[in-house]
Design a protein around this ligand. Structure first.
Ligand SMILES: C[S@@+](CC[C@H](N)C(=O)[O-])C[C@H]1O[C@@H](n2cnc3c(N)ncnc32)[C@H](O)[C@@H]1O
Length: 276
């Protein structure tokens, strides 16, 4: 059926001044720098929101956010503007590394703690959890999965995915740790209870003062640093590395580097560092 004219999306334009206000707000609140070429991305993601709220311009929307006229709108803005691309067993060499690490005798005997600090919709933390559960052969491990985007974190908590998203999960992990949907859930799978009990999901903004989390053996912070300008990247690394045990490992995305940032990180391989 052809929609009525009023249902067609009405585009709300943003001028340079308005874009700069949002650019500054996002940078201040999350550390993410939106370059001017991302203007269409911003309007593409926010136009519908403005219409839902009945707000007529980006200047009015900005004002409403900073004056806190709409509860939770800052978080909604953040949820709209983060990039959450992820996948199960993305950059698989990191999981081979984790498997080898967890096979070491000292890891087999004691509590192991891992923090996945940009967990997005859960594919990364569940991949880590599968390796921990399978390799450690004891249940004495804990995984904190955090992100600044509360919406993707809710999806992660639910752990429900289309079957195609599981294509890169090794088959024996799929069989052991995932439940295939039937009936109205055909075409989907859910992460099973065996992993869930050891994972804590928490909203954590890496640019804000961090909560007490304890010390970790491994920190995954992959494909998030690329969105931060150099000074914020350094601040985020400085804060997160304090949660790493001496001798612990810090893992970033393959296209990211920590070289030239902090002196107590020794590269183990191009995107894996050991705190010395
Ligand atoms: C491209 S995704 C990467 C997801 C996953 N780490 C991976 O490599 O597949 C980047 C994630 O970083 C999160 N992020 C961005 N800024 C953040 C901040 N200041 N604090 C915490 N998470 C942040 C985003 O919400 C997003 O989920």
């Amino acid at each position: 059926m052809t929609p009525a004219i009023s249902e067609y999306p009405v585009s709300i334009a943003i001028d340079d001044q308005e874009f700069k206000q949002f650019q500054q707000l996002l940078l201040e609140k999350t550390g993410i720098f939106l370059s001017p070429v991302k203007k269409p991305l911003l309007t593409g993601r926010l136009n519908r929101r403005l219409r839902e709220l009945g707000v007529r311009s980006y200047a009015d929307y900005y004002r409403a956010i900073v004056l806190e006229e709409f509860p939770d709108e800052l978080q909604i803005l953040i949820n709209c503007l983060t990039t959450n691309e992820t996948a199960f067993f993305r950059e698989p060499r990191h999981f081979d590394f984790l498997r080898d690490l967890c096979g070491r005798p000292e890891f087999l005997k004691r509590m192991v703690r891992v923090w996945c600090a940009a967990a997005s919709s859960g594919e990364e933390p569940y991949s880590i959890a599968m390796v921990l559960a399978d390799t450690l052969r004891h249940d004495n491990w804990e995984l904190i999965a955090s992100d600044v985007n509360s919406e993707v974190l809710d999806q992660a908590r639910v752990g429900y995915y289309a079957l195609q998203r599981g294509a890169d999960i090794p088959k024996h992990y799929l069989q052991r740790y995932c439940l295939k949907g039937v009936g109205q859930h055909a075409g989907a799978f859910v992460i099973g209870p065996e992993l869930r009990g050891n994972i804590r999901f928490q909203r954590i903004n890496l640019v804000e003062p961090l909560p007490a989390l304890g010390q970790f053996d491994v920190i995954f912070l992959r494909n998030a640093l690329i969105y931060f300008p150099a000074d914020i990247k350094l601040h985020v690394i400085e804060q997160t590395r304090r949660f790493l045990k001496l001798g612990g490992h810090f893992i970033v995305g393959h296209s990211e580097t920590l070289l030239g940032t902090v002196s107590d990180f020794k590269p183990v391989s191009p995107s894996i560092y050991r705190r010395i």
